[in-house]
Ligand binder design. Structure first.
Ligand SMILES: [Zn+2]
Length: 295
């Protein structure tokens, strides 16, 4: 199973504050040639290039960071999720600072940005990653598992000890329109009780009621929610962004329980390690078969 490699048709840009660093950055999306992959380019540091791949991940505290040497780009997951949903495989992401702007906390602004740029097929295909056997990670009451399937389907369950969240579950069929309507608008969220601790650790410095759902002990401070179950939908958004670090589209049925960035990342590593061992003609094969509707 293969899909078309895609980039964008025109340069587009966005500016804003980073959720964790509190630093304002300018991001520009530039078309890239087929096969180059998705790359962050630090325009403030002589164009240092950091591949948007699992091998580049450096930190996973409350967001996903990619880096090279001492240089990094943080909170990449919402932008990468939007790119994955639009089927973008090749793109240069110029950024003049250490963190992707959080904008409104969701992936909707990124979806609008990609729509404004236009999506262009590159006339080359990329093999879809199909696992041949179940892959699972379990850590106490947290788990994540993928079983073979012909499309990407995600079942996510969360259980927070908070009256506004509690138990939520969502089943999502990965498809661009579905993503735009059901997942992209779901915003990141944070708890007032954690703010001091996070800021002391250099996190959440750009967080505000403008860019995330803020919860205090009584409930949501800056309602209304965009969805009754916005929290679990955002976890699916994060997972799609973290899966993008595989470097190519994946199909399978994923079941996640109470996971998060750190577990998503270990899961991506396990998928890569497992497929590296088993990858053969059966996995990469069937040349010429394209699945146009994948994204
Ligand atoms: Zn997120």
């Amino acid at each position: 199973m293969h899909v078309q490699r895609k980039t964008i048709s025109a340069n587009v840009g966005i500016t804003g504050i980073g959720l964790h660093s509190g630093i304002y950055t300018k991001v520009e999306l530039l078309p890239a040639r087929a096969g180059s992959g998705i790359t962050f380019v630090r325009s403030d540091l002589d164009g240092l290039r950091i591949a948007a791949l699992q091998a580049s991940t450096t930190a996973l505290d409350h967001a996903t960071t990619v880096g090279k040497d001492d240089v990094s780009v943080g909170t990449v997951e919402h932008l990468l999720a939007a790119l994955a949903a639009c089927g973008i495989t090749d793109l240069d992401i110029l950024i003049d600072g250490p963190e992707v702007p959080i904008v409104d906390g969701s992936a909707l602004p990124c979806m609008h940005l990609i729509a404004a740029a236009g999506v262009k097929q590159l006339g080359v295909t990329v093999p879809v990653l199909r696992i041949s056997q179940p892959i699972e990670l379990v850590d106490g009451d947290k788990s994540i598992r993928i079983v073979p399937a012909n499309r990407l389907h995600i079942k996510y369950r969360i259980d927070f000890d908070h009256s506004a969240i509690g138990r939520e579950a969502f089943h999502f069929d990965f498809h661009q329109d579905n993503f735009l309507r059901k997942i992209a608008p779901a915003r990141t969220f944070g708890f007032m009780r954690d703010v001091e601790k996070l800021r002391a650790a250099g996190l959440a410095r750009g967080g505000s009621v403008e860019n995330c759902i803020v919860l205090d002990d009584d409930g949501v401070v800056n309602g209304p929610l965009r969805f009754r179950d916005e929290f679990v939908r955002h976890k699916i958004l994060d997972l799609i962004g973290d899966l993008a670090l595989l470097g190519r589209p994946i199909v399978g049925e994923i079941t996640a329980n109470r996971a998060g960035h750190a577990m998503h990342s270990r899961f991506v590593e396990k998928i890569l390690a497992t497929t590296a061992m088993t990858e053969d003609a059966a996995t990469v094969g069937a040349p010429g078969r394209t699945l146009e509707s994948f994204a």
